[in-house]
Design a binder for this molecule. Structure first.
Ligand code: COA
Length: 182
């Protein structure tokens, strides 16, 4: 049986991610910010991974890859990590088009939530998805996210500002009082 796992991003992943981004260029175009040609090259992905790892080292981000039976098929990221009285982040993910519809994103999100709520001891994970992206909305619903409302003009994608549905999920240990799990 195929097993979905996530693990922290590593510099050695750059080449495979460049290949995967090239393969999914059209598939991801409606959902991604504009990308330079360089982004799709091995050197461009190496720079992107190095930048993500610097963000990780600064405690601002947890970048991960999604593997299906040991092969990288996508990425999952906990972005904009905020500590203090907020202890939150926002979740981003994508899965290669040829691997869609097998529950991979749902399994990856579940594991990323474990990282957020157990390893990083965060209290809330935010996520955003467009109304015209029912697959992503469904992944969030299946993962126990609740809809907060519409975030107007939230992101500039594919040539214009787009509204997003704003979802959030609180840590399983939330009791309305405790700042952290322990
Ligand atoms: C969204 C995305 C991550 C989904 O990945 P995936 O591995 O196919 O997701 P899963 O298989 O875990 O779940 C998909 C769910 O959406 C449902 N779905 C797919 N297309 C749908 C559609 N057009 N309408 C309604 N539901 C749809 C599937 O049936 C499944 O739900 P189910 O298990 O109840 O049947 C993937 O398509 C992707 O990377 N898209 C491009 C980037 C993106 O949108 N990232 C998220 C940005 S917020």
């Amino acid at each position: 049986m195929a097993v979905t796992e996530i693990r922290p991003l590593a510099i050695e992943d750059s080449g495979i991610l460049a290949d995967l981004h090239r393969e999914n260029r059209e598939f991801l175009r409606p959902w991604d910010p504009p990308r330079s040609e360089e982004f799709f090259s091995h050197s461009g992905q190496r720079a992107a991974v190095e930048s993500a790892l610097r963000e990780r080292d600064a405690g601002r981000r947890w970048p991960g890859v999604v593997l299906q039976s040991g092969v990288i098929v996508g990425q999952v990221n906990l972005n904009n990590i905020l500590l203090g009285p907020l202890r939150s982040c926002f979740l981003g993910y994508w899965i290669s088009g040829r691997c869609n519809g097998r529950g991979i994103a749902t399994a990856a999100v579940s594991q990323a939530l474990d990282v957020a709520f157990r390893e990083l001891d965060l209290h809330r994970v935010d996520a955003f998805a467009r109304e015209d992206n029912p697959a992503s909305c469904r992944v969030l619903e299946k993962s126990g996210f609740r809809t907060v409302g519409i975030s107007r003009g939230h992101i500039h994608i594919d040539g214009r500002w787009r509204d997003d549905i704003y979802f959030q999920k609180l840590a399983p240990w939330d009791d309305g009082v405790r700042l952290t799990a322990c």
